[in-house]
Structure formats: structure tokens, C-alpha cells
Write a protein that binds this ligand. Structure first.
Ligand SMILES: Cc1cc2nc3c(=O)[nH]c(=O)nc-3n(C[C@H](O)[C@H](O)[C@H](O)COP(=O)(O)OP(=O)(O)OC[C@H]3O[C@@H](n4cnc5c(N)ncnc54)[C@H](O)[C@@H]3O)c2cc1C
Ligand code: SF4
Length: 352
């Protein structure tokens, strides 16, 4: 929900008053930004329900995208303090963690350089925003890129930070936000041309046939299956766990909505199925209860088995600045969500 959508509701006569809650947690200054004609600076709400889950704990409400929320004593006025000593800081990685670090370091007055090896900013949020029902994530990605464009920093795209490059620059501090890579188990047939990482099908980078098996029913697998079914494809999810606990862990507050959509679109989820092998026309899974092999026909196999931190890369880069001035943040420290990426990066950068 933003002011534009609220205006549409009013103009259509659907309501004569629109109240908002979460958009104002994500950005308490949002109405003022509109009033000043600076709506491009609005920090959009992801509708991720991270805040709602905090209420259930119960704990102080925090927000996935607004690291100041719930931390007003530590950061009065929603601001970080200017640093007493201006440092030259490198941020490696232009995903949400790296971009939050960039913003916070600039607010502290540091001299910041961000390295991103791809040709665009956003990290996994790029892949995570392509499906039609990920409008909020897309909105957030656009915001991240716009905000980075305003930062008084050096942003180097198509530039992989290496140990040599960082050593040559001799930075005072380093934020390592190199993210993660997809898990690909070393199983028979996993290299076949019809096996892909699920987000490659979301974006259209990988061609999908008529009968797809998605392996892994966490948020990435479930969203991929939904995207395919919405395109009229036949899709089956196979999952090792007896339930959708992996979805709850990865999707947080959005898990209920995704579970309801799985039911609405009648997508079969085969539980107790551990991937064993991919053949030319089938996926073979071991039934974790009986030990039997179960066979699923498939002309396309999409893997959604989680991600693993780029740990080796992070360990290699960390020697390029004094030990106490190096921070590994976001998925590079522990795979999570936009919320964990933003929060860990902010926490590190706020005290450099
Ligand atoms: C398909 C998909 C959907 C998702 N959907 C959601 C969602 O709806 N909500 C949610 O909260 N989370 C979602 N996530 C998770 C979320 O995207 C990640 O948790 C988050 O992007 C992690 O941020 P990060 O900055 O730590 O790492 P990343 O986003 O992985 O960014 C790391 C960046 O570092 C760059 N890099 C790596 N090494 C170097 C180097 N040496 N030099 C320069 N650059 C380098 C990479 O190119 C990359 O751009 C999704 C993830 C995926 C894969
Ligand atoms: S935690 Fe998520 S849902 Fe709640 S206000 Fe922040 S972005 Fe919106």
C-alpha cells in the first residue's frame, strides 16, 4: 500500500478513508515524502510480516527494511551518529546487505566504495522479485537501486573484489556481503541439461517443459511452483520433510499465504521424498519412511534446496583489512532473508 494505491481506492469510491499501518512502520516519513514531492525516496513495505511475528514472541517490533524501528533509544530521530574518524571502507557485494551497509556508512560520513561483480545491484533480490506476485519485493529492489544512486559513494559494477584488489587499496575497514550460492547436491544426473536452479525458471532464463518437478518446498520452491502453475504448467513439488516446516522457516509470516495458494492452485506436494537421482525422464526419490524409491515423471527438474554462504570467498577477503574492522554480514554469514541481511549489515555499519 502506498499513497498512489490509496488515491485509487478513494477515486474508485471504494472507501472514503484509507488507514495504513505497516507502510508507516517501514517508513514513518512516507507521507511527508509524498507531500514534498519526494515519493521516490519512499522505503516500501515488503508485506513480509516480520513485524507481525515479533508481536507473537512477544518482542519489540522490528521491521525488515527499517532498521531503526524498535531501536529509537539507540538511534534517536532514526539516524546514526556521524563517525568521529572518517574511514575508507570497502563494501563487497551489492545485495540488500551490501546496500544497507553502503547507506549507513555514508550516513556516518565515511568514504565508501562498493564492489559488485554483476552488472546490476540487488543480489538475490533480483531473482526473488521476478514472479508476478512478488510486486512488493520488486518495489523494494527499485527503491534499493534508487537509494544507492543517491549515495555519496563509489559504486563499481562488473567489478569482482579480490584479495589483491582490496590489498592494493589498503582500506581501513571492510564489510563483506558476498551472499550465497545455490546448493547443488552431487547426485547422479544433476548435471543434465534439463536440471536448473528454480529461480532460473522464474526469470525465464531456463526453459521449462510441460511436466516439471520442483525439488524442495521452502519459499523458493513453493513460489517457483506457483509461478509455473499460473503459467498453466503441470508441476509437482517433492520435499524430504514430513510437513511444510521449511516453508515456515524461509517465508516467515508469508508462509500461511503461500500454503493457501498451494491449496488454491492444487499443486501436489509429495513429502518424505529425498532426491536420489535425475534420469532423462524422471526424478527418483528415496522415501524416508520406507526406504523405497519413488519415481516422478519430469521433463524439467528445478532445484530449490537452499543456499550456502560464500564462506571461502569471505574468508579469503577478510585478511585485507585490520581484523577488528572486518564484518561479514547477510547471507555470507548465515543464509536468511532480506530482514536478516538488512539488520546484520546495519548493525555492523552503524558502529564502524
Ligand atoms: C529466488 C529467491 C527469492 C527470494 N525471495 C525473498 C523474499 O521474498 N523475501 C525475503 O526476505 N528474502 C527473499 N530471498 C532471500 C534474500 O534475497 C536474501 O536473503 C538476500 O538477498 C541476502 O542478501 P545479501 O546481500 O546477503 O546477499 P545477496 O543478495 O546474495 O548479494 C550478494 C552480492 O554479492 C555479489 N558478490 C559476491 N562476491 C563478490 C565479489 N567478490 N565482488 C563483488 N561482488 C560480489 C553478488 O554478485 C551479489 O550481488 C529470496 C532469495 C531467492 C534466491
Ligand atoms: S517487517 Fe515487513 S511487513 Fe512489517 S512493516 Fe517491515 S517490511 Fe512491512
Amino acid at each position: 500500500m502506498d499513497i498512489g494505491s490509496a488515491e485509487e481506492i478513494l477515486a474508485a469510491g471504494k472507501a472514503d478513508f484509507v488507514a495504513m499501518c505497516r507502510p508507516l512502520l517501514a517508513d514513518p516519513a512516507m507521507p511527508r515524502k509524498y507531500a514534498l514531492g519526494r515519493e521516490g525516496e519512499r522505503r516500501p513495505c515488503l508485506r513480509c510480516q516480520y513485524c507481525g511475528l515479533r508481536l507473537l514472541v512477544p518482542a519489540v517490533i522490528n521491521c525488515a527494511v527499517n532498521p531503526f524501528l524498535g531501536n529509537e533509544t539507540e538511534f534517536p530521530e532514526g539516524k546514526v551518529k556521524r563517525a568521529e574518524v572518517r574511514k575508507r571502507v570497502a563494501v563487497v557485494g551489492g545485495g540488500p546487505a551490501g546496500l544497507e551497509a553502503l547507506e549507513t556508512l555514508c550516513a556516518r560520513g565515511h568514504d565508501v566504495t562498493l564492489y559488485e561483480k554483476r552488472d546490476r545491484l540487488g543480489g538475490h533480490v533480483v531473482e526473488g522479485s521476478v514472479l508476478p506476485f512478488k510486486r512488493d519485493v520488486r518495489d523494494y529492489l527499485d527503491y534499493l537501486v534508487r537509494r544507492a544512486g543517491r549515495a555519496p559513494a563509489r559504486i563499481l559494477l562488473n567489478t569482482e573484489a579480490t584479495r589483491e584488489l582490496l590489498d592494493a587499496e589498503g582500506y581501513d575497514a571492510l564489510v563483506i556481503a558476498v551472499g550465497s550460492t545455490p546448493v547443488v547436491p552431487p547426485l547422479g544426473g544433476i548435471d543434465k541439461p534439463h536440471v536448473h536452479w528454480a529461480p532460473e525458471a522464474d526469470s525465464g532464463a531456463a526453459a521449462v517443459g510441460e511436466r516439471t518437478v520442483v525439488v524442495g518446498a521452502g519459499s523458493v520452491g513453493v513460489e517457483c511452483a506457483l509461478g509455473l502453475r499460473m503459467r498453466g504448467k503441470d508441476v509437482t513439488l517433492v520435499e524430504m520433510a514430513p510437513d511444510l516446516s521449511g516453508l515456515s522457516a524461509s517465508a516467515g509470516g508469508a508462509a500461511m499465504e503461500l500454503t493457501a495458494l498451494l491449496e488454491k492452485y492444487a499443486i501436489p506436494v509429495r513429502h518424505y521424498c529425498r532426491l536420489e537421482e535425475v534420469t532423462d525422464g524422471t526424478v527418483l526419490c528415496r522415501d524416508t519412511r520406507t526406504g523405497d524409491i519413488r519415481e516422478f515423471p519430469a521433463d524439467t527438474v528445478l532445484l530449490a534446496l537452499g543456499v550456502t554462504p560464500r564462506r571461502e570467498e569471505a574468508e579469503n577477503l577478510r585478511r585485507s583489512a585490520p581484523e577488528t574492522e572486518v564484518f561479514i554480514v547477510g547471507d555470507a554469514a548465515e543464509p536468511g532473508t532480506i530482514a536478516t541481511a538488512v539488520r546484520s549489515a546495519f548493525r555492523a555499519a552503524a558502529y564502524i
